[in-house]
Design a protein around this ligand. Structure first.
Ligand code: PMP
Length: 418
């Protein structure tokens, strides 16, 4: 009947029942903090809209051309003509979406092809593609480490890693960021017979610093642990073939699982795990965040496959990106800004702000100058720090890096940070 088929719609503003708890009360401090920030006349750093995107490094924001220094488009692949052509062809050949899971109707030839591209890129036996990098961590971690197993991980790990740990219900043992000794101590306390997984990141995205993977992977292996490295922010850029930090420091063969994403250097969306583990393929049947969600649209995986194969031969772009990173790091340091790392270690350069208010003011001043960076704040950042995260692209020209430095100087002086 009508009454049964209609979903129940509560009154727009339901009258509170006696003793009823509003589940949103816990957000009140954050709502208040946001209100105060916006009432001070600043633009909302978390509601920026790009009205038009002109290239990997420029967009129209608030009606003006803006240099983008806060994207993950490290290798500038989003406007690559071959990548765009591959997407268009797949859109026409396969339609706009798969409407199904990878294990049912959602595996097309292009999904298989992007996994082949990943195997070629990493020189590994197995590759499994997820709908996002977040889901790749969620799925792989929760499926391989369950009740009774132990996960030893860096305290500054990405949210998707923490959420994967929580979903799998393994014992979680964090250690101080990048501290090899602390990691070893934790590992030695775990019962010898227990299953152990060490989770590390190649580049940590908030400060742009790199993990001491050579030592850490050695310690993990010596203590009988499997190792998963999230190379989200290093893929395409770091290492002789762009395979990441593990390749750069020569331990990639000792890493059991590399997790990555298509949403950064690859320039689209999607996540993956590659591995040489002989039983890896069983993951396709038991990994819930892989099975119980729709697969990526064919156009997305086709662009990813083309981009990944081009990244295999992108040594010149890698060299230019390193040059950009060094110049920006040195320039900002010379201007007197406090940075997240003493030397440039990745394409991310974090500029530390004294507090959220001045961080937001600086973010606004830069935007008015025509520069977009990321404003990052706790809880996403370590040690309660507010920072402006600059991420460089291989498509930024030398002139743009000079312009960026000038904008930082002007804004920094106006806000009183330098
Ligand atoms: N791992 C790390 C280290 C990340 O920084 C991110 C995204 N910022 C992810 C995983 C998730 O990637 P995706 O955007 O594909 O969900």
């Amino acid at each position: 009947t009508e009454a049964i088929s209609q979903p129940h719609r509560p009154d727009p503003v339901p009258a509170p029942l006696k003793g009823e708890r509003d589940l949103f009360t816990k957000f009140d401090p954050l709502i208040q903090q946001r209100r105060e920030l916006l009432e001070s006349g600043l633009a909302d750093p978390f509601a920026m809209v790009m009205e038009k995107v002109l290239s990997p490094v420029t967009a129209i924001c608030n009606g003006r051309e803006t240099i983008l220094l806060g994207t993950y488009n490290y290798m500038g692949m989003t406007f690559d003509p071959d990548v765009i052509a591959a997407g268009k062809t797949a859109l026409e050949d396969f339609g706009s979406g798969t409407t199904g899971s990878r294990v049912l109707n959602g595996t097309y030839a292009v999904h298989r092809d992007v996994e082949e591209a990943l195997r070629e890129f990493y020189g590994m036996d197995h590759a499994m593609v997820f709908s996002t990098g977040y889901q790749a961590n969620l799925g792989i971690i929760s499926t391989i480490a369950g009740k009774g197993d132990y996960i030893v991980l860096d305290i500054d790990s990405h949210a998707s890693i923490w959420d994967g740990c929580a979903l799998g219900q393994a014992e979680v043992v964090p250690f101080k960021h990048n501290d090899i000794e602390a990691m070893e101590k934790r590992l030695k306390r775990i019962p010898a017979e227990a299953g152990k997984l060490v989770i590390l990141e190649g580049v940590y995205s908030m400060l742009g610093d790199v993990a001491p993977l050579q030592e850490m992977v050695k310690v993990a292996k010596a203590n009988g642990a499997m190792v998963l490295v999230d190379e989200a922010h290093s893929m395409g850029f770091i290492g002789p073939n762009g395979r990441g930090v593990a390749e750069d420091v020569g331990v990639i063969d000792d890493v059991d699982f590399i997790v990555g994403t298509f949403s950064k250097s690859v320039g689209t969306v999607g996540g993956f795990c590659v591995s040489n583990h002989p039983k890896f393929d069983i993951m396709r049947l038991v990994c819930r965040p892989y099975v119980f969600t729709a697969s990526l649209p064919p156009s997305v995986v086709a662009t990813a496959a083309t981009s990944i194969r081009k990244l295999m031969h992108a040594a010149d772009k890698r060299a230019h990106l390193w040059a950009n990173s060094r110049r920006l790091h040195a320039g900002l340091q010379e201007l007197g800004f406090q940075l997240g790392t003493k030397t440039p270690q990745s394409a991310i350069i974090a500029v530390l702000m004294p507090d959220l208010e001045r961080g937001a003011a600086m973010w606004n001043a830069l935007l008015r100058e025509g520069l977009y960076v990321n404003l990052a704040r706790p809880p996403a950042t370590p040690a309660n720090v507010t920072l402006l995260r600059c991420s460089l692209c291989a498509e930024h020209t030398q002139e743009q890096v000079s312009d960026i430095l000038e904008m930082f100087e002007k804004a920094g002086k106006a806000v009183g940070i330098i």
